[in-house]
Design a protein around this ligand. Structure first.
Ligand code: ZN
Length: 395
């Protein structure tokens, strides 16, 4: 579709910019899009003419969701493991190795088909930006191909060679760290924007995590990490030390962890440089206690919500589901949750062109089948995404 696009008759527009309340809401609004960008936001009655037209019919429109944490390059599923967990077995992270075996055995086309299927599923649920991690190959060739395939679908790609120590390195983790920092990073870096480490008991300790993240940063990758999911630990403070864009999970935090995140606050009051990304789909799917979002928000820490879409611990691609969980189970207000799922995700990716609907932003919009963003939490499990516009194009 070429030419300009006008979305008008918007009953409630979430801009995450200037407007009413924390979501910058404008009523009876319109958005004009040209060449993939928002070029005008204003009252519907004064909207300029355009080549194409979408009548929102009084519905709510918000920025497309920014899912800043997903693991889409894998093969197989772990439904039986999920069933066993629901019958009482604890989650340990050890099941990652099951997926590693299936992923190594898969063809490129099989992996590509899974990425596209899940990316399409997320898009239909309003996700217009989706970060994609490697981490189920754990050989030089399999990590490189995972990222090559991820990069076909997203510019937000993350090298997670340090997901777990693969079985063949079980008794020599130092050697595996050497492989990750050496040939694996060299092969992965051309396709990756970020580096990530699963810093947790049973995965990588703080010294290994620091070494791997430092190598990635030296290779030009941005830093993010999985931290404090299964228990307390040094991951969050390591993330702050290394200027991570985001520390993800944050389920078990000490006062010092919260203070360290709060200390990364920008001087202009726009939030923290290191974002706490909460992944309530993981707690839901592992029947674990949820992170304390209120404690982070009350300390001034910027919070993002993401799906953690993966076959083991959170096999959902639905940002609306995560919004509903955050409101119901983590005591976030609906406005806080919607902000975290849009602008918060953008901050976690250090992007200012997405997660907002203001002139200059990328034209990523979601038209709801509802009069207000409140319905995302109020009507859980209901398909409320009527239309998705990505990069200015109707999907
Ligand atoms: Zn994850």
């Amino acid at each position: 579709m070429s030419g300009s696009l006008l979305v008008d008759n918007i009953g409630e527009l979430v801009t995450n910019g200037a407007g009413e309340g924390p979501l910058g809401i404008r009523r009876n609004a319109a958005v004009l899009v040209e060449e993939g960008r928002v070029v005008w936001v204003g009252p519907s009655a004064y909207a300029p003419a355009a080549d194409h037209h979408v009548d929102a019919g009084g519905a709510a429109v918000l920025p497309g969701f920014v899912d800043s944490h997903a693991h889409l390059v894998f093969a197989g599923d772990r439904a039986a493991e999920f069933a066993a967990r629901m019958a009482g077995q604890p989650y340990t992270g050890g099941g990652i190795r099951t997926t590693v075996g299936a992923t190594r055995a898969a063809t490129d086309d099989e992996l590509r088909a899974t990425v596209r299927r899940l990316r399409g599923e997320a898009l239909r649920q309003g996700t217009t930006t989706m970060e994609i991690k490697s981490g189920y190959g754990l050989t030089v060739a399999d990590e490189a191909r995972s990222l090559r395939i991820a990069a076909e679908t997203s510019t937000e790609t993350t090298f997670l060679g340090a997901h777990v120590v693969p079985a063949e390195y079980a008794d020599r983790p130092d050697d595996y760290v050497g492989l990750v920092c050496g040939p694996m990073l060299a092969a992965a870096a051309p396709y990756a924007k970020w580096i990530d480490v699963f810093c947790e008991r049973g995965a990588f300790d703080v010294d290994h995590a620091r070494a791997i993240l430092a190598c990635g940063r030296a290779a030009g990758l941005g830093v993010r990490l999985h931290a404090n999911q299964l228990g307390p630990g040094p991951g969050v403070q390591l993330g702050v030390e290394l200027d991570a864009a985001s520390v993800d999970h944050c389920t078990h935090l000490s006062d010092a962890d919260v203070a360290a995140l709060a200390d990364t606050a920008h001087s202009d009051g726009s939030g923290t440089r290191t974002v706490a990304t909460l992944l309530p789909g993981a707690e839901f799917s592992t029947r674990s206690p949820y992170p304390d979002a209120r404690r982070l928000l009350d300390a001034g820490v910027t919070v993002a919500l993401a799906t953690d879409c993966n076959p083991g611990s959170s096999y959902t691609s639905s940002m609306p589901f995560c919004v509903a969980l955050a409101v119901r189970e983590m005591r976030m207000t609906p406005a806080e949750a919607v902000w975290a799922a849009t602008a918060g995700g953008a901050r976690a990716l250090r992007r200012d062109d997405i997660g907002v609907l203001t002139p200059g932003a990328r034209a990523d919009l979601v038209v709801l089948d509802a009069p207000s963003y409140l319905h995302l939490a109020y009507r859980p499990g209901v398909p409320l995404i009527r239309q998705v516009i990505r990069n200015g194009a109707l999907q």
